[in-house]
Design a protein around this ligand. Structure first.
Ligand code: MLT
Length: 261
C-alpha cells in the first residue's frame, strides 16, 4: 500500500513484525527498494519518505531529529501501532532511529543501525554543513548530489556494479533543495546520542560497509562496544549503502537477525 493520507508519504508492505525503515540523506524511501521485496515475507515494512524527499512535502524549514521522529510516530499512531516495533535507519535515518529510541523507548522492540554513528557533528563538520547549505541555496540540490555521488559507494563499485550506481543516481533525483537544506540544518544541530548507547536494552543490529567513505566503520565498532545487546556485521568491499551495494548479503543478515530476536 502507498498512502498519502498522512503528513509523510510511506509504503506499507508485507506481513510480520512492523519494521520502520528510515532512509538516509539525500535519498527517499526508494533507497529500500531491494529490501521491500526480499524482507516483506518476514516483516511489515513501513518505509516513509522524510519531509522534502521523495513524495513527502516539507511543512516548513525548521526540522530537527526530534521532529522527524514525531512525523514517524504520527504515522505509527494513525496505523494503531502503539506496541514496541522494530525501528531501523541508515545514516541520517540512524540518527533519527537513535532519537526515536531516546524519546520513545517504550515503542522500540529492536533497533537496526546501518552506516551510522552516535556522535554529534564536530565544529568542523558543522562548518562544512553551513558551507553546503550556502551552495545548495545558490546552485540547487545538485550541489549536494553531485558532490556526494562519488563517495557513496565503494570506489570499485562505480565500474563493477553499474546497476547500483544507476539506482543511486535515480534515488537521489527525488530530493528537493528545501528538503536538503532542512536536513543539513537538522543534522548539524543534532545532539550527541553516545550517552544513550549503554542504556539501550533492546536487541540491536549494526551493519556497516568496510569501505564507507562517509562514516568510517570504526563508528559502527564503537557503537557495538557500547550497546549491550548488539550484533555487528562489517561487509567487505562495500561503501555507505550496503543495502543497495550488497542486497543479498544485507538482506540475509537482517532476515537472520529478525528471525532470531
Ligand atoms: C547520510 O548518508 O544520511 C548522511 O550523509 C549522513 C551525514 O551527512 O552525516
Amino acid at each position: 500500500m502507498n498512502s498519502e493520507t498522512f503528513s509523510l508519504h510511506f509504503e506499507d508492505r508485507g506481513i510480520g513484525v512492523p519494521t520502520l525503515l528510515i532512509h538516509g540523506f539525500p535519498f527517499s524511501g526508494l533507497l529500500w527498494a531491494r529490501q521491500s521485496e526480499a524482507l516483506s515475507e518476514q516483516a511489515r515494512l513501513l518505509v516513509p519518505d522524510l519531509p522534502g524527499f521523495g513524495n513527502s512535502p516539507l511543512a516548513d524549514t525548521s526540522y530537527t531529529m526530534d521532529r522527524y521522529v514525531e512525523d514517524c510516530v504520527a504515522v505509527l499512531d494513525a496505523l494503531g501501532l502503539l506496541e514496541p516495533i522494530t525501528i531501523g535507519g541508515l545514516s541520517m535515518g540512524g540518527y533519527i532511529a537513535l532519537a526515536f529510541a531516546r524519546n520513545f523507548p517504550e515503542r522500540v522492540g529492536r533497533l537496526l543501525l546501518f552506516s551510522t554513528r552516535a556522535g554529534a557533528d564536530s565544529a568542523e563538520a558543522k562548518a562544512a554543513r553551513d558551507k553546503t547549505i550556502a551552495q545548495v541555496e545558490e546552485h540547487g540540490s545538485s550541489a549536494v548530489t553531485e558532490a556526494m555521488y562519488p563517495k557513496l559507494l565503494a570506489p570499485a563499485a562505480y565500474s563493477e556494479n553499474p546497476g547500483a550506481a544507476a539506482e543511486l543516481q535515480m534515488v537521489m533525483q527525488t530530493a528537493s533543495a528545501e528538503g536538503i537544506i532542512a536536513a543539513l540544518r537538522a543534522m548539524r544541530d543534532r545532539p550527541d546520542s553516545s550517552d544513550l548507547l549503554g542504556k539501550l536494552q533492546v536487541p540491536t543490529l549494526i551493519v556497516h560497509g568496510r569501505e564507507d567513505q562517509i562514516i568510517p566503520p570504526s563508528e559502527a565498532e564503537a557503537m557495538a562496544k557500547a550497546i549491550p545487546n548488539s550484533e555487528l556485521h562489517l561487509i567487505d568491499s562495500t561503501g555507505h549503502l550496503p543495502n543497495l551495494e550488497k542486497p543479498d548479503e544485507f538482506n540475509r543478515i537482517v532476515a537472520t537477525f529478525l528471525g532470531n530476536h
